[in-house]
Design a protein around this ligand. Structure first.
Ligand code: GDP
Ligand code: MG
Length: 305
């Protein structure tokens, strides 16, 4: 219960900006003429996606009719169950990374500002607190500040950071860090990368090369390509995901800034369009603000006012 309460509290922003309106709609005493239109509007405004909005509205209408429901309140449980089912349809959704084969390599990718470095730092802290041995690699060598930012997270969590000078080859940093992780028998290696989209062609080549080397060294079972997406961008983050997926296979997603978004339904769009599990959601800038994403808990936290 404590965890649930914490999640509810952190989801306050999303509730105020999005799901609160839906919860309110469902607390109505009658199915007024506007109920279905308003529901559709709110689902679309939250970036759940057009397909999902149409599907779930039709489904709820049918359920209300066949079960002869009198109030929207009676539909609430059916609604949250459907959202949970939709999210759980993606294997691995809401589950942390598997540590069956180590060193597990988490290759963090995504556009500038999406929260890669912060998420890398949060993950390092999380694993460290679980007693795991962790190494981070500063493969965003484009800006000196990026390396420094990762080093600060390293100091905070007591995690070693492998870095070379600014402008060095990111793939070489990734390779060195793998060797260090392998020889020290680390449990987790977290590789931070650059995300400068204005230089898209070079960036994609660079990521491809890093990925190729890590795949060759670590093997598929030990490599997770983690796409970091900014929930504030809503559906646009899905488009970004498609761009990255066309370059390297994305195996997991971390959805950041969920505390700040009004597009709370984006997680449903991601599940449906990408079929890649959302492992964690970012609910703030602090080291502890990374939560596993439990679909059931999430759906109830959102909808229960
Ligand atoms: P990067 O360019 O992808 O490495 O992004 P950064 O990790 O530098 O993050 C960009 C900004 O987003 C920073 O100010 C972070 O503190 C902030 N940020 C990252 N994750 C979250 C989150 O879950 N919630 C909030 N509110 N801010 C976040
Ligand atoms: Mg960064």
């Amino acid at each position: 219960m404590a965890l649930f309460a914490k999640l509810r509290d952190r989801l306050k922003g999303v509730r105020e900006k999005w799901s609160g309106g839906i919860a309110k709609l469902f607390s109505g005493k009658t199915f007024s003429g506007d109920f279905w239109d308003e529901l559709e509007e709110k689902l679309i405004a939250g970036d759940t996606g057009l397909d999902f909005t149409e599907e779930i509205t039709e489904y709820l209408k049918r359920e209300a009719k066949t079960r002869k429901l009198k109030t929207p309140e009676e539909l609430k449980g059916i609604f949250t169950a459907k959202i949970t089912e939709e999210l759980n349809a993606v294997p691995g959704m809401g589950k942390g990374f598997s540590l069956d084969s180590t060193p597990l390599v988490l290759l963090m990718i995504g556009v500038n500002g999406s929260g890669k470095t912060t998420s890398a730092g949060k993950l390092a802290m999380m694993y460290k607190n679980q007693g795991k041995s962790v190494i981070m690699a500063a493969a965003d060598t484009f800006r000196a500040a990026a390396v420094d930012q990762l080093k600060i997270w390293g100091e905070r969590s007591g995690v070693r950071v492998i870095a070379q000078g600014q402008g060095s080859d990111p793939a070489a940093v990734a390779f060195d860090s793998w060797k260090a992780a392998e020889s020290s028998r680390a449990d987790v290696l977290i590789v931070d990368t650059a995300g400068r989209l204005h230089d898209k062609h070079n960036l994609m080549e660079e990521l491809r090369k890093i990925h190729r080397i890590l795949l060759r060294e670590a093997g598929e079972a030990r490599l997770e390509t983690v796409l970091v997406l900014d929930a504030v961008l809503g559906q646009n983050s899905v488009a970004q995901a498609e761009t990255f997926s066309s370059i390297i296979p994305v195996t997991s997603i971390i959805l950041t800034k969920y505390d700040n978004t009004s597009k709370g339904g984006v997680v449903i769009s991601i599940a449906r369009k990408l079929h890649v599990p959302v492992r964690y959601i970012g609910l703030g800038e602090g080291a502890e603000d990374l939560n596993t994403f439990n679909p059931e808990e999430f759906a109830s936290a959102l909808m229960n006012g």
